[in-house]
Ligand binder design. Structure first.
Ligand SMILES: Cc1cc2nc3c(=O)[nH]c(=O)nc-3n(C[C@H](O)[C@H](O)[C@H](O)COP(=O)(O)OP(=O)(O)OC[C@H]3O[C@@H](n4cnc5c(N)ncnc54)[C@H](O)[C@@H]3O)c2cc1C
Length: 263
């Protein structure tokens, strides 16, 4: 049976993403969160392969304990297992430290055939993490995938390009990053919810469970720093209120557009 690992991040709802100008990080307190939208598509893709081929699906996320309900939600949707990698030592990780930690956790899982990630997150949104995990694990990667098939034990992926697509085939293990919106994520299964609430135990792994030192994770294991943070202000649009009778309004509009009309 194929083992699919889905990397899942929890992000603030996009309209609530705000930055702290002092710490230069995303404000994660007091905002509504959700499963990163592209990761929901990655999970749905994994569950569709499970429905068709009987694969095992494990969801893995590196984040604070408050992610627990979202990890469980993934199990309610149909994942078989979920692991939250959570430790104070992981705080302040950049994409390098995040990928190294996720790769170490995936290694600890043992056998895996397919790793699915979202193409990028809706908050930091670098798209660094999927290719970096593949590099740490020394396995091939196919990015921006919008369709996945398993054919005679091989993974066939449709990769979106500007103005077209390419179809690539690869023997497992392979990592794929999945395009946002490529499928419609299913609703949670309410019969599974009862089981998840009563019996399912989320595994929480700390740094002690991974083959990593304190120097390789979190802020200490990060190589990039945010030097400066600037808020981009959109320019004011030139607006003009037109009033008067219907004929006066028409005349005013004509006066505005007349210079642009070629004879
Ligand atoms: C310079 C810099 C400094 C930063 N400093 C901090 C900081 O101090 N504190 C802080 O909280 N954040 C910090 N961040 C943000 C942090 O690096 C990102 O949250 C994290 O590394 C993931 O990067 P991303 O969101 O760009 O992922 P992307 O590469 O855009 O994500 C692609 C996919 O990778 C997977 N993925 C990404 N992150 C996770 C995860 N945590 N668990 C499971 N799967 C995942 C998901 O499938 C996701 O769809 C910093 C980022 C940068 C660039």
């Amino acid at each position: 049976m194929m083992h699919i690992v889905v990397c899942m991040k929890v992000t603030p709802k996009s309209e609530q993403v705000k930055l702290d100008p002092n710490t230069k990080t995303i404000i994660r307190e007091g905002v509504e969160n959700e499963i990163n939208p592209a990761d929901k598509n990655a999970l749905e893709a994994a569950l569709q392969l499970k429905d068709k081929h009987g694969c095992k699906v494990t969801v893995i996320g590196m984040g604070p304990p408050m992610w627990e309900p979202y990890m469980k939600l993934a199990v309610t949707m149909g994942a078989d297992d979920a692991i939250l990698i959570s430790d104070r030592a992981f705080a302040g990780a950049d994409t390098l430290a995040t990928s190294r930690t996720l790769a170490a956790a995936i290694k600890k899982l043992g056998e895996y055939d397919l790793i699915l990630c979202g193409e990028e997150s809706s908050d930091a949104g670098t798209g660094h993490v999927p290719p970096s995990i593949a590099e740490f694990l020394n396995i091939p990667q196919i990015t921006f995938v919008n369709n996945i098939e398993i054919i005679e034990g091989k993974i066939r992926a449709k990769r979106v390009l500007e103005g077209g697509y390419e179809v690539l085939e690869c023997a497992p293990p392979v990592l794929l990053s999945v395009e946002y919106g490529c499928n419609t994520p299913r609703f949670p299964d309410f019969r599974r919810k009862r089981w998840v609430d009563k019996e399912f135990k989320l595994k929480i792994w700390s740094i002690g469970e991974l083959q990593l030192s304190n120097e390789e994770v979190g802020l200490k294991g990060s190589r990039s720093i945010v030097e400066e943070l600037r808020e981009m202000k959109l320019g004011e649009r030139a607006r003009q209120k037109i009033s008067g009778t219907e004929d006066e309004i028409v005349e005013q509009i004509l006066n505005i557009i007349r210079p642009y009309i070629k004879k």
